[in-house]
Design a protein around this ligand. Sequence first.
Ligand SMILES: [Zn+2]
Length: 74
Amino acid sequence: MSKELTNQTIPCPNSGCGGLITFNTSELFQGKEISCLKCNSVISLSDESNELVEDAFEKFEAMREKYIENKSNG
Ligand SMILES: [Zn+2]
């Protein structure tokens, strides 16, 4: 069983939607926009005011660092 580190899920920033947005971090880092399938809200890295996206990336970075550490230890 392996988890794909590149897939992240964040709650939709659109209040009233309540949907979850699943996105691929590597695609987002490449500048690709992600959108909510429920309400079509669009999120991109250029939207610096989006704290939800920042939070998701902080978690992703922490996960990635752990992953790299584990690899280099082996
Ligand atoms: Zn939405």
